[in-house]
Design a protein around this ligand. Structure first.
Ligand code: ZN
Length: 310
């Protein structure tokens, strides 16, 4: 069994409009944009990263805003809900705030005793705020969201699956422990994680397979401390029969990817080197950062990218 996974690292989704996406995460949700860069395979598309002050692993929501793009079709084989942690008692503030900002899909419920507020992202993304304990995590305070309500990173994620058995087995192999089951949803939890510790598996047996588009999660990344641990994880996965990519340098972390039996693309990403690798903490996310191979084309790329504001 793998013991090196420390919870979530980041969640990467697709969006339509870059400016709308940036405004939603930085203004409405009050996250910090910690990096403004481009897609490694399509440099005319931004890769935007939002998180806490430094983009701590377990807090980072990232987006590829493709411009004109049909919305995704919700279904099985995808991350159905991405959950952010907020302090106890913060949900009334958020209900008011999200309503005021015209956010749709607001719905209250609870799961395993935790109060949740569901809401839609700009492209129908499935999100929820979950009241949780801070567990040593601090929010970004450079926004109008007061510190006592601000987002503390991810709480976890809920997967929508046709059959949860193989994904549950994989999570256990990755070091997650099976927790309670309620309403047909089974919670998995990692001990000694970074706070973004839970994965809930929901079986939707008769539902259609999800189709990816704007508002869909592209992949979900799990955190390991460093490259050595990542190589151990890679070997363990490959020894078990998973097809895992070679280690890929993503400038702010190293990444490996593999497709899971339930259809969701998993990544395992290193906590090193981090988002302050090429910018001062005070100015994270302000300048357009390009992968080295695109620097010679900076002028052309800047022309193609839509302005998104601070
Ligand atoms: Zn990723």
């Amino acid at each position: 069994m793998i013991k090196e996974i420390k919870g979530l690292h980041h969640v990467t989704s697709m969006a339509a409009d870059a400016q709308e996406n940036n405004a939603f995460f930085t203004r409405t949700l009050g996250l910090r944009r910690v990096k403004k860069t481009v897609n490694f395979d399509a440099p005319e598309v931004y890769h935007l990263y939002y998180g806490d002050e430094v983009g701590t692993p377990g807090s980072v929501m990232t987006y590829f805003p493709f411009g004109q793009m049909p919305k995704g079709r919700r279904g099985t084989g995808e991350v159905g809900t991405t959950e952010f942690a907020v302090p106890q008692g913060a949900l009334p503030y958020w209900r008011e705030r999200l309503g005021h900002h015209g956010v749709t899909g607001l719905r209250d419920d609870s799961f395993l005793g935790e109060a949740r507020l569901h809401f839609d992202g700009p492209d129908g993304d499935g999100f929820a705020l979950v009241e949780s304990t801070a567990r040593g995590r601090s929010p970004w305070t450079g926004t109008e969201v007061p510190e006592e309500a601000a987002i503390l990173g991810f709480h976890g994620a809920r997967f929508s699956l046709r059959d949860a058995a193989a994904t549950g087995e994989l999570l256990r192999f990755m070091g997650y422990q099976e927790d309670e089951t309620a309403e047909g949803v089974t919670r998995y939890r990692i001990e000694g994680g970074n706070g973004a510790d839970t994965i809930d598996l929901e079986e939707l047996k008769g539902a259609p397979t999800a189709g990816q588009g704007a508002g869909s999660v592209h992949h979900i990344a799990f955190a390991v401390e460093n490259r050595d641990k990542q190589l151990e994880v890679r070997k363990a996965l490959m020894d078990t029969g998973y097809q895992v990519t070679p280690v890929i340098d993503r400038d702010y972390f190293w990444a490996i990817y593999f497709r899971t039996p339930g259809g969701i693309l998993f990544e395992v990403a290193t906590n090193e080197p981090g988002f302050d690798r090429d910018e001062d903490t005070a100015h994270l996310g302000e300048a357009l950062k390009l992968p080295e191979r695109y620097e010679p084309h900076r002028a052309r790329i800047e022309e193609l990218l839509p302005p998104i504001g601070a």
